[in-house]
Design a protein around this ligand. Sequence first.
Ligand code: GN1
Ligand code: MG
Length: 381
Amino acid sequence: MNIERAAFIPYFYQMKEDKLLAISPQVLIPPQILSAYGFSATISITPHGTGLINHTWIVRNDKDTYILQQINAQVFAQPQLIADNIEMVGHYLADHYPTAIFPRPIKSLAGQTLINTGDNSYYRLFPFIANSVSIDVASTPRQAFEAGRQFGGFTRMLADFPVEHLHETLPHFHDLSLRYHSFGEALQNGSAPRIDKAAPIIDYLQSQSGIVTQYENILTNPGFKRRVTHHDTKISNVLFDKQGNGICVIDLDTVMPGYFISDVGDMFRTYLSPVTEEEKDVEKIQVRQEYFEAIVKGYMQEMKDILTPEEQQTFVYAGEFMLYMQALRFLTDYLNNDIYYGRQYEDHNYVRALNQTTLLQRFQEQSPRLQTIAADIAASF
Ligand code: GN1
Ligand code: MG
């Protein structure tokens, strides 16, 4: 494919009245980005992944394969902080764990790891890890176990890294008190018809505000430590080899100081159900206990000597914490007319909020059993 043409293929589309319309502004790769990395002659560019925030492409030339990403600068106000964090973590791992695989950004011909095209667009290029496979939905407990090991291993390897040196790339990202506050503001100022439509979900989430209180207790409990936390532990952020073993974690944009409940909780949120947050049929939403067990085992295998006794008793709360936060975030965005997550159809964020609220309820129904499973695993190490 000719680069000039490839660079102008619009990437994001939405369905409207059965027609495909390009979302405006179209997401294009400026040719200057491709030349900054010395891409010439023939390359191919394919959209990649399902992330809601950044835009990602696979770029292939006759020699190699790369991942090119545009950072959403509306969300990440200071993309340079991400680049600095990745640099610090990359150096530390190279010094202390030289065999650990860690995809670091490739420098442009001018030596930059992040290119600003001047219009508040930022791009970076990563090597594509050879023979790696990524998946969008966990379909075996083994995949959940491997992911648990990878995210646990990441935090373990960085246990002695000075966590306070990391920048907060998204300040207050997993601050549940703030998310609850924003939800309250949306109830005051959001769309009245949408508030009406969502009344049952709103009532349920308000009735569960004890989850916020528990979070606030964690903040003042010395048994909970701030550690290097990934903050986006969906299964597509783990690379697997062809035999199904985890290779490494990717997408370090939200690596920041945080609590282990963020990483473990987001694994529960995204691997326990056989269907994703996009599923409209709530009957299909389930909590698969064997996946819960696999995540806890994988994570504990790496973190057993690092997690405090208090933390080891908090696995089940981690799931409630993340499910509650994501339900609040989707619902808040729905009430605010879809300004953050965007939408592909009218009630998209309502569907996502209902999905996550349903999964929270199913998780809570099973929590006594899950508590026993987690306690048995902790005792077995
Ligand atoms: C966003 O872009 P993506 O899909 O990796 C969001 C996460 C949410 C997720 C829900 C920076 O992640 O926090 O859990 O959507 N990331 C940001 O799908 O807001
Ligand atoms: Mg992400």
